[in-house]
Write a protein that binds this ligand. Structure first.
Ligand code: NAD
Length: 334
């Protein structure tokens, strides 16, 4: 593809979309960003930013008009707290967004379409042990995702495969494993574990407390991938000729307790963990990166400690800024 190619990024006001647009602009692309909300934490670098509800077909037609490539990131989503409590809303909204965006892209003659799926598509029965076997792409079937969020992602993966076969649109499918970094949601209920733990530790530091709430026993395990690696991986996949779903994540498995300890060490705080009831998702999940390495000749390289240091610094800044306008106890309640 020529660098002057016109591309659309949906979900442009969100975490990954915002970073992706910055990257694409540096590569020389002309970028249209679309979202139902503006970028929350920093101005967008998009050439054009349109506020559109992509559940509606006519808005998707407008969004995909005149572009050659689409990076489809828009989704109604959040961390486990949100995903486990909004099944109907998530399935309804994301199905509409994805069916309409892909079909509008076909209608407008888009050449390449990258869909952002999730590790949440993997079957629950393979993720019952914290010491889980890393998940290979072919483990997706027989299907049994834990939540509606994962079921919808799986259906849209199938939609991409069939649109590619039936209509010739080049589709790419990436399955993210827990992406984190600065400029991501860190409070309000949609935040994910790394951001939530950074916020809790920052609040503890500012309030002079040491107790951090952890959902469940904290022995549930995951792998976490820093945003810059995620963006490099997305871009490499889009340039590749690989049409099947591909994992994109780190393959270093750690528990939520260990994650909390790393964040606390970065903050220079000794914490005591208070285990409370809360949604935990599957017991263990890790990415098998064999195919990622083969297909992209690359794999994520930024360490968890390095990524968390950058993320913690940004979230502590956000918490401090909020404390300047609100009392610390109110920030702590949010
Ligand atoms: P995000 O919530 O920050 O971004 C998603 C964006 O989609 C939001 O800005 C939201 O406003 C927008 N959106 C929601 N409904 C919309 C609508 N009706 N019309 C237009 N825009 C709408 O999430 P993110 O972390 O940047 O995730 C990007 C994509 O990657 C999503 O598809 C998500 O499911 C997928 N994903 C992310 C992760 C992760 O760890 N962050 C993991 C797996 C998959």
């Amino acid at each position: 593809m020529r660098k002057s190619t016109r591309v659309l990024v949906t979900g442009a006001g969100g975490f990954i979309g915002h970073h992706l647009i910055e990257y694409l602009k540096k590569q020389g692309y002309w970028v249209r960003g679309v979202d139902i909300k503006r970028s929350e934490f920093a101005p967008t670098s998009a050439d054009e930013f349109e506020l559109l509800d992509l559940r509606r077909w006519e808005n998707c037609l407008r969004a995909t008009e005149g572009v050659e490539e689409v990076y489809a990131l828009a989704a109604d989503m959040g961390g486990m707290g949100f995903i486990s409590a909004h099944h109907s809303q998530i399935l309804h909204n994301n199905a509409l967004i994805n069916i309409h965006t892909l079909d509008a892209a076909r209608e407008n003659g888009v050449k390449r379409y990258l869909y952002t799926s999730s590790a949440c598509i993997y079957p629950e029965y393979l993720q019952t042990d914290a010491n889980v076997t890393p998940l290979k792409e072919e483990d997706a079937y027989p299907a049994q995702p834990q939540d509606a969020y994962g079921w919808e992602k799986l259906i849209t993966e199938r939609l991409c495969v069939h649109y590619s076969e039936d209509y010739g649109i080049e589709t790419r499918i990436v399955r993210f494993h827990n992406i984190f970094g600065p400029l991501g949601t860190w409070d309000g209920g949609r935040e994910k574990a790394p951001a939530a733990l950074c916020r809790k530790v920052a609040i503890a530091k500012l309030t002079g407390t040491t107790e951090i709430e952890i959902w469940g026993d904290g022995e549930q395990s995951r792998s976490f991938c820093y945003i810059d690696d995620c963006i490099t991986g997305i871009y490499r996949l889009m340039q590749s000729d690989y049409r099947d779903p591909l994992n994109l994540g780190q393959d270093r498995l750690i528990t939520i307790n260990q994650l909390a300890d790393i964040v606390a060490e970065i903050a220079g705080l000794r914490i005591t963990r208070k285990h409370v009831a809360g949604p935990q998702g599957v017991r263990g999940r890790n990415s098998d990166n064999t195919r990622l390495r083969q297909v992209l000749n690359w794999e994520p390289e930024i360490s968890l400690e390095e990524g968390l240091s950058r993320t913690y610094a940004w979230i502590e800044e956000q918490v401090r800024a909020q404390c300047a306008t609100t009392s610390v106890s109110e920030v702590a309640i949010v």
